[in-house]
Design a protein around this ligand. Structure first.
Ligand SMILES: Cc1cc2nc3c(=O)[nH]c(=O)nc-3n(C[C@H](O)[C@H](O)[C@H](O)COP(=O)(O)OP(=O)(O)OC[C@H]3O[C@@H](n4cnc5c(N)ncnc54)[C@H](O)[C@@H]3O)c2cc1C
Length: 374
């Protein structure tokens, strides 16, 4: 062990949270190692609409999604299962970009500044103020701080015996890219029995269709094609989409066991960012911005304490926990409430009627699930 480098920070997971954090810290001259299981680029199950709140911060880090063809999105459209529709301007707007491209842009920038290893972290231990991190390929690394950016559900959550991992989740998600006529300035959210489907354009002009549904609803049909034909297509907008769009993937990507349970921002001295700290309901279209925002919050705290030589670990852990809760807890709660409403047809129908009479309602709800410009 004596000859191992001790990194300032080792980041587990190279999604948006981990990549952003690694970029921020390494640009401030910290010695950073990022460990990610998969090489880039790769597709991910995600709605691929990113709120503009993170745009300026990304630019400060040297990342410009528009230089890679991201679509500027300013309109929101939402329909109920029977086709009642609400259209509104997005208060802040956002951009459409595939995760295939977005994560890769960050990685390409990061590799200029920091070390990235492609391997799966298998264990993390902490002793005498130093972390030891081991991987499936039997590599071993040491670090003063470890950042958990390993997403919604990981083997590390099991190792850490985190509470949420013991409970079965009732959610699964499906995503694919399609060739189809679709306005590039719009993100749409269409409701169906037991879930909702987001549609928006990406940098390649492909339309990303990503839906979240309950096992209960999916199990009644059991196969993706049939589910889209029989359940999603009860909504006339989705019927039109799935009957005309051409699938551009070999087959849709799926993920299961998506948990929206509460998590702790710090576990076993590991600072959690992004979905590792908590996942907002995807209908809010804000998980990616939250992941990037949490990376910024952690990086700023870390730099202000660690690089000035005044790091008190327990104080830093408390400060991060407080700022994470203050920044995100309310959004997560609002997301949960909207989700509950959208999955109850009677409540959705009342909500749509109210929104027709009070057009400011939807932009207001959007504001409550989003943050200010970083
Ligand atoms: C159906 C659905 C639709 C969504 N739509 C949107 C949307 O339109 N807009 C939006 O803003 N958000 C959306 N989100 C949320 C968004 O996808 C997440 O909030 C975001 O991806 C979080 O980024 P992250 O970096 O925390 O996690 P991830 O992007 O999941 O990255 C985690 C990384 O950790 C790696 N990893 C895991 N374990 C290990 C290990 N042991 N060793 C090494 N690496 C490891 C994984 O390979 C992965 O690359 C959606 C989510 C879902 C489920």
């Amino acid at each position: 062990m004596a000859d191992l480098i001790t990194y300032d920070a080792l980041i587990i997971g190279g999604g948006l949270a981990g990549l952003t954090c690694a970029l921020h810290l390494s640009q401030a001259n910290c010695k950073v190692l990022l460990v990610e299981k998969h090489t880039y680029p790769h597709h991910k199950v995600c709605g691929e609409y990113v709120s503009n709140e993170v745009l300026q911060y990304l630019k400060n880090l040297g990342i410009d999604p528009y230089a890679k063809g991201a679509k500027k999105i300013s309109k929101f459209e939402m329909s109920s299962k029977n086709g009642a529709v609400i259209q509104t301007e997005l208060p802040l707007g956002g951009f459409g970009i595939s995760r295939y491209s977005f994560d890769n842009i960050l990685y390409e920038e990061l590799r200029k500044h920091a070390e990235v290893v492609f391997d799966t972290v298998s264990s993390v231990s902490f002793s005498s103020e130093i972390f030891t991190v081991e991987t499936q390929n039997k590599n071993r690394y040491k670090a003063h701080y470890v950042v958990g950016a390993f997403g919604k559900r990981s083997n590390i959550d099991i190792n850490l015996k985190r509470d949420f991992i013991r409970e079965r989740s009732s959610w699964l998600a499906v995503k694919a890219h399609y060739e189809c006529d679709f306005p590039e300035d719009t993100v749409a959210l269409h409701n169906f029995e037991g879930g909702y489907c987001g549609l928006s354009k990406t940098e390649t002009n492909a339309v990303n269709a990503c839906y979240l549904t309950t096992y209960k609803s999916f199990k009644r049909v059991g196969a993706i094609g049939a589910f889209q034909e029989q359940v999603l297509s009860e909504n006339p907008y989705l019927k039109d989409f799935f009957s005309t769009a051409r699938l551009l993937f070999d087959k849709p990507l799926t993920i299961s066991q998506i948990s929206f349970q509460k998590k702790e921002p710090v576990t076993n001295h590991i600072f959690m960012i992004g979905d590792s700290a908590g996942l907002i309901h995807p209908l809010c279209g804000n998980g990616m911005a939250m992941a990037i925002h949490a990376a910024k919050l952690f990086s700023e705290l870390f730099l202000s304490a660690y690089k000035t030589g005044h790091a008190d670990r327990s104080q830093l852990e408390q400060l991060y926990t407080d700022i994470w809760q203050k920044t995100f807890s309310k959004r997560l709660r609002t997301g949960r409430r909207i989700q509950n409403m959208l999955l109850r047809p009677a409540a959705t129908s009342i909500g749509f009627r109210i929104a027709k009479v009070v057009p400011a309602l939807v932009p207001n709800l959007i504001k409550h699930t989003h943050g200010n410009v970083l």
